[in-house]
Write a protein that binds this ligand. Structure first.
Ligand code: NAD
Length: 297
């Protein structure tokens, strides 16, 4: 029987810690941190994610701004807004919610984001600093996973960590964090990996970030494995009012008895991505206010 890694509880703890910090800052006459979110189009899940991020800001006492654009906004207009946010002294950090419509290049947009305000940790500068001691903002989801491992005292040093998925926002930075600061031996698997199970069975810690429900079945993991399920999938469910349920990438019911630790979906990694975002926003705020060592050049 595995220990459930309760991301909801840990993220609540982090929110309470940050709320206390904000109260203290405001009592000293300082303004609270300010996070802005840019939302393009009408994608249902994106709206939910942004709403949850704004709600987290309210919980901890940050100021937040939601900047909405229609799906047909031009790339040039979006870049103009990003340049404005870069210059706005009242904004400590901001996110551009992904995915963006196809006519807009995520890479070009990300290139315009000032890395000091890049609280999602997606810019090339922040990506390049993942492995450095004086990094600025770590990519939010892998940072959240590292925080979960730390708070559950799960050692990564010397362990074999297998990451399934190699996206720019989850899999790749996850691998770098585990091999770098985590001192683990890392295998990164992806769509072209042959015999995926051969690698997943070797994992002491298995991180799955693919977007395919039940990709990882019980026969693909060893006894005692630590399972971190990053996947978020909507699967049809008539018993739910919405008509769908959220599921991860692993067959939770079958794997849970074999694992030592496991994250549920929902309530595992998801809330930690938001917790990372608000931690990064606090770091950006402190650097801008001269309250902490300034973020590296
Ligand atoms: P992505 O589509 O950018 O990348 C998916 C990766 O999975 C790719 O590297 C691909 O090579 C790999 N892959 C696809 N099919 C595979 C297969 N059959 N076997 C092995 N590898 C395979 O996705 P992403 O943005 O990294 O997101 C992955 C999942 O994580 C999604 O479900 C997404 O919703 C979820 N996600 C969750 C959070 C969170 O906060 N919990 C944050 C970001 C993403």
């Amino acid at each position: 029987m595995a220990t459930l890694i309760d991301g909801k509880k840990i993220s609540n703890d982090i929110e309470m810690e940050l709320a206390e910090e904000v109260r203290e800052l405001v009592s000293r006459g300082l303004r609270p941190p300010h996070l802005a979110a840019v939302l393009v189009g009408d994608d249902g899940p994106s709206r939910t994610y942004v709403r949850n991020k704004i709600r987290a800001c309210e919980t901890v006492g940050y100021k937040s701004s939601l900047i909405k654009f229609a799906a047909d906004v031009t790339e040039a207009r979006l870049v103009e807004e990003i340049e404005r946010l870069n210059k706005d002294d009242e904004i400590d950090g901001y996110i551009v919610q992904l995915p963006l419509p196809e006519h807009i290049s995520v890479e070009r947009i990300t290139d315009h984001i000032n890395h000091r305000k890049d609280v999602d940790g997606f810019t090339p500068t922040n990506f390049g600093k993942i492995d450095q001691e004086h990094h600025s903002h770590l990519p939010a989801t892998p940072m959240g996973v590292m925080e979960l491992l730390k708070r559950y005292a799960i050692q990564t040093k010397g362990k074999h960590c297998v990451v399934v998925g190699k996206s720019h926002i989850v899999g790749m930075p996850m691998g770098i964090l585990l091999a770098g600061p985590g001192d683990a031996t890392v295998t990164i698997c992806h769509i072209f990996t042959q015999e995926l199970a051969r690698y997943t069975r070797m994992a002491d810690i298995l991180v799955v970030a693919v977007g395919k429900p039940n990709l990882i079945t019980a026969d693909m993991v060893k006894e005692g494995v630590v399972v971190i399920d990053v996947g978020i999938n909507r699967v049809p469910d008539d018993t739910k009012k919405s008509g769908y349920a959220l599921r991860g990438d692993v067959d939770f019911e079958a794997i849970e008895p074999k694992a030592s630790f496991i994250t549920p979906v929902p309530g595992g990694v998801g809330p930690m991505t938001i917790a990372s975002l608000i931690m990064n926003t606090m770091a950006a705020y402190k650097a801008r206010q001269g309250l902490a060592e300034s973020l590296t050049e």
